[in-house]
Design a binder for this molecule. Structure first.
Ligand code: TK8
Length: 343
């Protein structure tokens, strides 16, 4: 490279720097934030007392702070606005602005989300975070806008564990004939049927009553949900299976999002990020204390041994291979290799 060319490049770069600085300076001083007064209806399925309910209230405060009180998040917990699926549809239609849902029901719209219902995908939460926040997780979120939803980012539902009212479950065979409520997609259904259970898809909002009336014998959810949704009251047996890690997707209605100003979107996005860190921490802490709580309430606890998990993995191999094709081989492979890399 000639000295002249180098000089010119340096000059160009510094000029670009000046231009940027000037623009930033101007917008910082003279431009007030373009934020209107708006009500944001935020519904979710878990109990108000769940760590995620806590996180939604934290999010509401953050949005309030960042918008000088103009954006008001109204929270509706306990599935009071409907099931995950109903809220997804309300967002698409524009009659509700925000929610978080498990990835499982999203698979009805974007098949790739079914990948997260494959057992033993993530060995720990760090691997889950890295995979979800990295390109493999983001690619799935990018499939949502054409369906009418904005996937802002991932929060955590968590590692799922089995409960039931029939008998202790410590090995695969114990699942035989158990009427087990599963989340509503073909992956969860196929996996638990392959393990010998009688899998019954059902919305979370109907689950407590179904367990109480013994319409189903069991279910699977993170420990904090088993506590805060009071499943421990009607489920005397718990198995620490950690068979699946379910992410939550923080969703906004695209119809609504499209009406927001760039400043308003920035505020929502910024609050979503701050809350992501808060929510993951709260969720993990609550999972730890939930086990003590559940035990103290008389629930008998069993565990899948590492050998049993290996047997389950082996048993599921052919079905996982079939599901890989249905979910989308590219998605499954990219999530699996990202998880491997993060390990
Ligand atoms: C809450 C659900 C729930 C999920 C399920 O709306 O359906 O079992 O784990 O927590 O998303």
């Amino acid at each position: 490279m000639t000295v002249d060319l180098k000089k010119r490049m340096v000059l160009k770069a510094s000029m670009a720097g000046l231009v940027t600085a000037a623009t930033l300076g101007a917008s910082g001083k003279v431009m007030a934030k373009d934020v209107h007064t708006r009500i944001i209806r935020f519904g979710y399925g878990l109990a108000d007392s769940s760590p995620s309910g806590d996180a939604v209230r934290f999010f509401a405060k953050e949005v309030g702070k960042l918008s000088g009180g103009k954006l008001k998040v109204k929270t509706y917990g306990n599935g009071s606005l409907g099931s995950d699926e109903q809220m997804q549809n309300a967002l698409i239609g524009g009659s509700q602005e925000m929610t978080f849902v498990s990835t499982a029901p999203l698979a009805g719209m974007v098949k790739g989300f079914g990948v997260f219902d494959l057992p033993f995908l993530f060995n720990n939460d760090k691997i889950a975070d890295t995979t979800l926040d990295g390109p493999a997780g983001q690619k799935l979120l990018e499939a949502l806008p054409p369906k009418g939803l904005i996937g802002l980012l991932y929060w955590e539902n968590g590692f799922r564990n089995l409960t039931n009212s029939r008998h202790p479950i410590a090995k695969m065979e114990d699942l035989k004939g158990i009427k087990l409520r599963v989340m509503q997609n073909e992956v969860a259904l196929a996996v638990f049927n392959a393990l010998g259970a009688n899998a019954i898809p059902m919305p979370f909002t109907e689950l407590f009553t179904a367990l109480e009336t013994k319409t189903v014998d069991g279910q699977e959810n993170p420990l904090s949900t088993i506590q805060t949704s009071k499943f421990y009251e009607v489920q005397p047996y718990l198995t620490l299976s950690k068979h699946v890690y379910t992410p939550f997707v923080l969703l906004a209605s695209k119809r609504w999002w499209d009406t927001l100003t760039p400043d308003e979107r920035d505020i929502i996005m910024q609050a979503s990020r701050t809350t992501q860190a808060y929510q993951r921490k709260a969720s993990r802490e609550a999972d730890g204390t939930a086990l003590t709580f559940i035990k103290d309430h008389g629930v008998k606890v069993a565990e899948f041994s590492p050998e049993e998990k290996e047997r389950i993995r082996e048993t599921l191999k052919p079905i996982v291979e079939k599901l890989r094709i249905n979910i989308g081989p590219d998605t499954v492979d990219s999530v699996m290799s990202a998880a491997k890399q993060a390990a």
